[in-house]
Design a protein. Structure first.
Length: 256
């Protein structure tokens, strides 16, 4: 389907389907901003992510109104695998516990409610396998898919197993309000989780490029940020700091 056809089909659903905002929240939000629609959608999207690798089928709910912040998470280069020496970039959603009435920095303590959103490579067929050919990944024979993880899982994996530190950079926008930025990022990532199956190439279609392309749709400041081939996660964080959309906030050191 061409972009023009996709636009027309989604526009038809936007106009005629009262539940379109629930199923395609990012597209619905885009149309509302484009055409200046001020009335609220008739339903509130339920942002439910289910784990694919960690405890397959476990559901994790994200309420964007209870999210303290969205953070770029950068894992240090290192670890046992060859690809680990590149580092890794993902998103951390710091979400407050349901009982909290005020969304504040204290929500960092509610770790059981945080969610990592992580682009990974999958072999063709969408099913995760532990033994994935590096050569297939180099030649684009893997699929890119968004994987949700719990906070505990990623911290244990990087800090304890891989002995790699994690640095979190808070994402900010001067064009959008904090609430609008959080909502738009989560809406887009939710749709990506449900439907996106892109091409993975370890060199130029990897965790950095997929994450950057996703965030460009939600952060206007990133439209002017272009990445060079072989941009590493640490270089991505540097570019985001230069663009004024990322601030280093928390550092977790590995268990040595």
């Amino acid at each position: 389907m061409s972009p023009a056809e996709s636009f027309a089909v989604n526009m038809e659903y936007f106009l005629l389907d009262p539940e379109f905002a629930c199923r395609r929240p990012a597209v619905s939000s885009y149309f509302r901003q484009l055409f200046g629609v001020e009335d609220q959608p008739q339903c509130e999207p339920r942002l439910m992510f289910y784990t694919i690798v960690e405890q397959p089928g476990k559901w994790m709910k994200v309420d964007w109104k209870k999210v303290y912040g969205v953070f770029l998470a950068v894992a240090d280069p290192g670890g046992e695998s060859l690809l680990g020496r590149w580092g890794h970039a993902s998103l951390l959603i710091v979400q407050c516990a349901p009982h909290r009435e005020v969304v504040s920095e204290e929500c960092w303590n509610d770790q059981e409610h945080h969610v990592f959103l992580d682009y990974h490579s999958n072999p063709l067929g969408y099913e995760f396998q532990k033994d994935m050919s590096i050569s297939d990944g180099l030649f684009g024979r893997h699929l890119a898919q968004l994987h949700p993880f719990t906070y505990a899982n990623r911290v244990q994996y990087y800090l304890e197993r891989e002995k790699r530190g994690l640095t979190f950079f808070e994402l900010r926008s001067e064009v959008k309000s904090h609430a609008e930025m959080v909502r738009d990022i989560l809406y887009f990532m939710f749709e990506s989780f449900l439907a996106y199956r892109g091409t993975w190439n370890h060199l130029n279609k990897n965790c950095v490029t997929h994450l950057h392309e996703s965030l460009q749709s939600s952060l206007p400041e990133l439209q002017a940020v272009t990445l060079m081939p072989l941009t590493t996660p640490l270089e991505l964080a540097k570019r985001y700091q230069e663009a004024g959309v990322a601030v280093p906030t928390v550092r977790l050191e590995p268990d040595l």
